[in-house]
Write a protein that binds this ligand. Structure first.
Ligand SMILES: [Zn+2]
Length: 128
């Protein structure tokens, strides 16, 4: 089975490495992929651990867990990933199914690297 993030690797060799804590995601794009996989696998703890300590208070983590609980994540599309020093931006579309309907969540996420670790900082939904 391919990893939920869409890379042609098994979950164990891909995002599983980061979820288990064997290594940290070496780029913002891989952190983004591992966070998508965490949503797909309903791993709210990983989502909290990889949110920037500076912005984590802005998020409703319970609502996030509930969304992950109710949605079935089918596919991640990375549209653009740009790293600039310790900052990065990743634009993506997350395809998921909820309430018997297909949904697409299109977002531009900002990331920050601190002491070698990448963190999700904030996201802005792109309305199409
Ligand atoms: Zn993966």
């Amino acid at each position: 089975m391919n990893c939920p993030c869409g890379l042609a690797k098994t979950y164990e060799d891909c995002c599983g490495v980061f979820h288990r804590g064997d290594a940290e995601a070496p780029s913002a794009e891989l952190l983004m992929r591992s966070r998508y996989s965490a949503f797909a696998m309903k791993n709210g703890e990983y989502l909290r651990e990889t949110t920037d300590p500076q912005t984590t208070h802005l998020f409703d983590h319970e609502a996030q867990d509930k969304w992950a609980e109710q949605a079935t994540f089918s596919r991640l599309e990375i549209l653009k990933a740009v790293e600039n020093g310790n900052k990065a931006t990743v634009e993506f579309k997350a395809h998921y199914r909820m309430d018997d309907q297909d949904h697409v969540h299109h977002e531009v996420s900002k990331f920050r690297q601190q002491a070698g670790s990448w963190y999700f900082r904030q996201g802005a939904e792109v309305k199409s």
